[in-house]
Design a protein around this ligand. Structure first.
Ligand code: HPA
Length: 266
């Protein structure tokens, strides 16, 4: 970790990031609009090169609306075969670089029948259905405690800022609970029915590992899901990745504007 942090610091000079953003499906090019320093994951010790469709795989540093921001352009997914340690290593590195706030974005399916594809959802809490936990293993006491509290992973204050930002921009939003599965297969209708009974509003294949580690390391988290589709069985339609990408593309401009507004208010 020290090697990674020192290497990054050598590339960004005296730039001190205060906000981290994980750019999920369809949002990757948010980072391209800023004059910035970019470091490919493959050049950073401990980062693996990301190879999922539509993801670039690099850290991008930029001043946005007066704030110093580091963006993860592409993230690691458990379904790609990466370990939980690999998936969450970047979060620990961002912590060492000094971020206080992490905005995690993702694409998710609607479990809640009142949601519509294209909605943005501010995550109020999560259900970890991945069957594992990124903190399993020897604990690093310098980062966080062995048994971290999880009652307030998603900061209410940040959700308020996000709501006010969305209202100002006239962007429709929802609030709800995100359930995470490993993927890569989508869920069955029976599983989605179960998630609904358990209290989930949306389902996806990311975010939870990063949120657990950020919370553990004392970073405030804002989670935003782009609802890209109805989850399995909510309608009769079969699911496909193309639909997910297409909806994310459609929402991109709103999502970008919302992020800019939120960053300005942090
Ligand atoms: N299920 C799981 N992950 C997803 C979905 C879904 O319906 N849509 C986008 N990511």
């Amino acid at each position: 970790m020290e090697t990674a942090v020192n290497y990054i610091k050598s590339k960004i000079n005296d730039f001190l990031p205060e906000i981290g953003i994980i750019l999920g499906s369809g949002l990757g090019d948010f980072a391209d609009s800023f004059k910035s320093e970019a470091i490919p994951y493959k050049d950073i010790e401990g980062f693996e090169s990301s190879n999922v469709l539509g993801h670039k795989g690099r850290l991008v540093f930029a001043e946005i609306n007066g704030k110093n921001v580091v963006m993860m352009q592409g993230r690691y997914h458990f379904y790609e075969g990466y370990s939980m340690a690999t998936i969450t290593f970047p979060i620990k590195v961002l912590k060492m670089l000094g971020i206080k706030t992490l905005i995690i974005t993702n694409a998710a399916g609607a479990v809640n029948k009142n949601f519509t594809p294209g909605d943005l959802m501010f995550i109020t809490d999560h259900i970890n259905f991945m069957g594992t936990n990124p903190l399993i293993g020897k604990n690093d006491e310098t980062l966080g405690v062995r048994f971290p509290d999880m009652t307030k992973v998603y900061s209410e204050q940040l959700i308020n800022i996000a709501e006010n930002s969305a209202e100002k921009l006239n962007i429709k939003y929802q609030k709800g609970i995100y359930a995470a599965t490993t993927g890569p297969s989508y869920e069955t209708p029976a599983e989605i029915n179960m998630f609904g009974i358990l209290g989930a509003d949306a389902v996806g294949m990311s975010t939870v590992p990063e949120a657990i580690v950020a919370n553990y390391a004392g970073i405030s988290v804002l989670g935003i899901s782009c609802i890209t589709n109805y989850a399995a069985g909510v309608t009769n339609n079969p699911l496909n990745h193309q639909e997910v990408i297409q909806t994310a593309e459609k929402v991109k401009l709103n999502f970008k504007n919302l992020l800019l507004e939120i960053i300005g208010r942090l």
